[in-house]
Design a binder for this molecule. Structure first.
Ligand SMILES: *Cc1c(COP(=O)(O)O)cnc(C)c1O
Length: 406
């Protein structure tokens, strides 16, 4: 049986929405983007949501808005997809990597130790869709001693008066941070990814959620950032396309990272169905957990803790006491049966580029621990009982093959 890792969920309503955009005569940023932003806002509880063409470009723009410069530090987990740190480098600052906990998420204690007078922002990541400990993180950045350390160097930094917390919520659209609050409104800024493999997709895309404290005006900021995402041009293509609306100005150095309506159409149809799709992901997750929690060699991933609940984006199984090499062999065995699995993530300090910058995995023991026995299993609504049964049998058999050979 061939089981792909993460095929996009494309049904007739998605196709119809895209066709509607194509037939409408308007294919780039316009009514579909606006409608998707409204859906994301009401779904996540964010005060404002701005759609852009990727998580990465959105994060770079927000760090530029904050005004980070060479020598400024931004704290990120060592255990994440590289975009988290690459965005910091693109914005011209220095990523300061810290270790994670056993739940895969950034450790708040490690953040505390890493804060210096140069720290301008923290980018925690909701790994696999499981929300970080935001109560403690927001408390930390608001502690008087931590606020006193903060050196504001731009007007935005002065207004904020403390370290900015920008959640990398690439995985966690739909997760609950507490009983009646989904991710997207728990930090100053949260950025979702709408990339093809994410729970809700626009093929490529991202959404920046704004929840800045007073005296920031989030609605005003939305308008400013929207313009910034369109080369800081005072009139977008939609308004310019109207008769007599030709004159515009360029008022700053923006980026060109707006989302197109054809892309937004995919996400718009998906997010309307998302509560149902999320239930299906939860079903798949629970089936795996039921099957593996009885195996002494397996560590099942976190999904619910206190009031937090995952968005069930990745099923990150860990094999107890496995070396990297054994894990790799187990993946080869699984692949022989046609089941595609993955590893989330190779800690950044193990990748060539970051090594060349001086990062060393020895400084992040828990990140390495989380990585070395990790295998991500397929998780998406289309997986029925027969397929899940096959995947579970395949994974168990692969484990037996590897241990009996060593
Ligand atoms: C996918 C992902 C990103 C990048 O998203 P893009 O939309 O592809 O730029 C960032 N962070 C994490 C944790 C991701 O998984």
């Amino acid at each position: 049986m061939k089981i792909p890792f993460s095929p996009p969920y494309i049904d007739n309503s998605v196709i119809n929405e895209v066709v509607d955009s194509l037939r409408s005569g308007w294919i780039t940023s316009g009514p579909k983007v606006k409608a998707l932003e409204e859906e994301i806002k009401s779904f996540s509880g964010a005060k404002e949501a701005l759609c852009v063409n990727s998580w990465t470009s959105g994060a770079i723009m927000m760090l530029r808005w904050l005004g980070v410069k060479a020598d400024d530090e931004v704290i990120v987990p060592a255990y994440t997809y590289s975009a988290t740190a690459l965005a910091v480098l693109h914005a011209g600052a220095k990523p300061v990597m810290v270790d994670s906990g056993k739940d895969f998420n950034i450790s708040v204690d490690a953040i505390r130790k890493a804060i210096t007078p140069k720290t301008k922002a923290i980018i925690p990541v909701d790994i696999a869709g499981f929300p970080c400990d935001y109560d403690h993180m927001m408390e930390l950045v608001n502690e008087p001693e931590i606020r006193n350390l903060f050196k504001a160097e731009t007007s935005v930094q002065e207004t904020l008066g403390r370290i900015l917390v920008m959640n990398d919520a690439a995985h966690s659209l739909g997760a609950y941070y507490n009983r009646n609050q989904r991710t997207g409104c728990e930090t100053d800024i949260a950025v979702f990814s709408l990339h093809a493999v994410k729970n809700v997709t626009t093929a490529e895309g991202g959404a920046i959620c704004l929840n800045l404290p007073a005296p920031f005006d989030n609605a005003e900021l939305y308008r400013e950032l929207r313009m910034m995402s369109l080369n800081c041009q005072t009139k977008d293509a939609f308004s310019k396309s109207k008769a007599g609306g030709w004159r515009y100005d360029i008022v700053g150095l923006g980026m060109k990272i707006n989302m197109a309506d054809v892309n937004a159409a995919i996400g718009l149809a998906q997010i309307r169905e998302y509560p149902e799709l999320l239930k299906e992901r939860k079903r798949v997750f629970a089936t795996y957990t039921k099957a593996f929690e009885r195996c002494s060699w397996a560590v099942v991933p976190p999904s619910i803790a206190g009031e937090k609940e995952s968005s069930y984006h990745i099923y990150a199984l860990r094999i107890n006491d496995f070396t990297e090499e054994q894990r790799d062999r187990m993946i080869d065995e699984i692949a022989k049966s046609g089941v595609a699995v993955n590893v989330h993530f190779i800690p950044m300090p193990m990748l060539s580029f970051f090594k060349s910058l001086g990062y060393d995995i020895k400084d992040y023991p828990q990140a390495y621990e989380n990585f070395k026995g990790e295998i991500s299993l397929p998780i998406y609504p289309q997986l029925d009982d027969e397929k899940l049964d096959f995947i579970i049998k395949t994974v168990k058999a692969a484990y037996e093959t590897v241990v009996s050979a060593t």
